[in-house]
Design a protein around this ligand. Sequence first.
Ligand SMILES: Cc1cc2nc3c(=O)[nH]c(=O)nc-3n(C[C@H](O)[C@H](O)[C@H](O)COP(=O)(O)OP(=O)(O)OC[C@H]3O[C@@H](n4cnc5c(N)ncnc54)[C@H](O)[C@@H]3O)c2cc1C
Length: 418
Amino acid sequence: MANFSDDVVIIGAGLGGAALALALHQRSIPCRLYESRTEDAKGLGSGVTLTPNGLKVLDHLGIYERIAPKSYQRETFALKNAEGRKVRDVHVSTEALYGYKTCRMYRQLLLEELRAALKERGIPVEYGAKFEKVLEETTDGVTFRVNGRTDRASLLIGVDGIHSAVRKHLTSDLPTYTGIACVYGHLPTASISWLKEDPDKAGTIQDEPGAIFMIPEDPEGSDLMVGRQFSHPSLDRAGWEALRTENEALYSLFCKGYDRWHGPAKEVMDQLSTRKESLLLWDFQRMPKMERWSSPTGRVVIMGDAAHAMPPSSGQGVNQAFEDGYTLALLLSSLSPKTKWTEALDYWHHLRQVRIDAILDTAYQTDILRLPKDEREVYEKKHCFNSNKKMQPPEDYLKWLFVSTTEDDLTAWIRDHS
Ligand SMILES: Cc1cc2nc3c(=O)[nH]c(=O)nc-3n(C[C@H](O)[C@H](O)[C@H](O)COP(=O)(O)OP(=O)(O)OC[C@H]3O[C@@H](n4cnc5c(N)ncnc54)[C@H](O)[C@@H]3O)c2cc1C
């Protein structure tokens, strides 16, 4: 039987796939990647938030030093009232507590750094190569089709995103729409007068018709992402694509209830009126919980969005994909002949799922914070929860998220099963 780590193939050289490849390489496991897009294809023109748990992985992979100077760094995310005054911090990630501040940077820059590292470390990526399907899986390996030709791997890892083709080999389940969509755009931070002297440029304004969240995307804090999420009827994929191209409709969604917003939010809307072409739409999908992230022989595995796509209000999609890859590489490199790979995979999945479930709970609470006041109050009453409470939670209340114990738990499990 071929060893699982003899010839690992990764489908998808996005953020998660690239990080996984670097983690495998670091542990001397050879791998190669297939990526359906071309090398020069440009991704979404928006940023991603990297929290201490994801940054720690990037640091281990030698990427943190490269990206830190390219990101906007902050230690808090402020909840503000309708007049723009801070009520409390909803997200604290201080360097003193966790070793890293939260970083926000353009997704494309992050991807370019990861892919540059792949090149420097000699990890082969074939761009413009679309994975089609698994043809056969045996206890010896996997045969699959990519760009019309047949290939083989000892282990096939699908990191091919929310619409994963590899996942089809494991389940017919598909991501489901959560009922929430978001319109977001970009403004010069300096164009918002009340934000100029405000030290908390990253935050959420909670007003009667809903919430507007904002965060700078660049190190200087000059390029501000502003977003608003709201309930929206479900559309099919073509319907969402069509709506994405309608700037006026997107702007109307962003400004819905304009007269009921207070000055700070209205100024954001007014400024955005000259930049309607920059507006983007995101329908929030999440992957139903899967029984397993691997096939019965363990020769096909999925991770990242393919396994657990989650709403962006979690701020954790990329960070969790990094955790997946780093811990999967640890598992693969630490197996002894006595350890059963499928059992190891199941334990890894269990540990990862516990975190994903907890993160989905926090995303739900963030979604409530962003609802219109009347809807928010209905939820709060039902769940005996007060999103507007002024009390600051303990400073380290997100420690469970920012300091992952998965690595230690896996190491202990491997030791006990070797
Ligand atoms: C607008 C936006 C903002 C976000 N903000 C944040 C944030 O602030 N923080 C955060 O943590 N997360 C954020 N996320 C979520 C995050 O982007 C995803 O969770 C993360 O990118 C998942 O990584 P992945 O590698 O699993 O998938 P992806 O990044 O989607 O990569 C999948 C890759 O697979 C390739 N691929 C797809 N199909 C095939 C195929 N058949 N064959 C070969 N290759 C294929 C794709 O081209 C792509 O390169 C955001 C997402 C969006 C859309």
